[in-house]
Design a protein around this ligand. Structure first.
Ligand code: AMP
Length: 213
């Protein structure tokens, strides 16, 4: 099965993609995670990418399509995958379609998760990621200071630099101006599942799975 998970920053794409990849036994491809890994290598490209991400801007389409091409054509994706964070521009969606045609792959199912901006801002400012188990945690779920409520690791909870309110507002602006039109593009092609993202994680997931089955 091939899925694309779509929605604004903070809507729960990463969380849902992680659960779906485990339940459906397909590979989770997060372009944000791939870029954050590239930054750790401390190359010139890594530094340029860091600069773009820290400002809440988008990495150029040409770099992104190469990353995605490598990921989706790799051996471990033969059982399927869930693309999280791509496409983010209409141009990326067009390039992805071309890639499907050239590699003989069928069109994926698009999952569109929606939520209001104010809910997203509040979620993102209180979002932390556990370095150890990789789960996304909300500050309200932390019971013991500096302890991950999922895997109990100590001092592993990190706030992403681009989760500061000013950068979040910029990312939401980029989403509405540049990324939202991707859904208009896909709406002409069909195969879209629309889900309400202002619900508990389990309910969002159940809604997605009900539509997929
Ligand atoms: P995410 O983890 O999906 O929120 O992505 C974090 C940041 O990585 C974004 O704000 C962008 O700067 C960059 N990024 C991730 N995916 C893409 C993409 N498909 N196109 C351009 N930039 C991206």
């Amino acid at each position: 099965m091939k899925l694309v998970i779509f929605g604004a920053p903070g809507v729960g794409k990463g969380t849902q993609a992680k659960i779906l990849s485990e339940k459906l036994k397909i590979v989770h491809i997060s372009t944000g995670d791939i870029l954050r890994q590239a930054i750790k290598q401390d190359s010139e490209t890594g530094r340029n990418i860091k600069n773009i991400i820290d400002k809440g801007q988008l990495v150029p389409d040409e770099i992104m399509i190469e990353i995605v091409k490598e990921a989706i054509t790799s051996e471990n994706c033969s059982n399927g995958y869930i693309l999280d964070g791509f496409p983010r521009t209409v141009n990326q969606a067009v390039m992805l379609d071309r890639l499907f045609i050239s590699t003989g792959q069928s069109m994926p199912i698009i999952i569109d998760i929606a939520a209001d901006d104010e809910v997203l801002i509040s979620r993102l400012t209180s979002r932390r990621t556990c370095n150890s188990c990789k789960n996304i945690i909300s500050l309200s779920d932390i019971i013991e200071n500096n302890v991950c409520p999922v895997c109990k690791a100590v001092n592993t909870l990190e706030k992403r630099k681009d989760d500061d309110e000013e950068v979040i507002r910029k990312r939401l602006k980029v989403f509405h101006e540049t990324t939202a039109p991707v859904m208009e593009y896909y709406s002409k092609k069909g195969n879209i599942i629309k889900v309400n993202g202002i619900q508990p994680i389990e309910k969002v997931n159940a809604d997605i799975l009900a539509e997929l089955h």
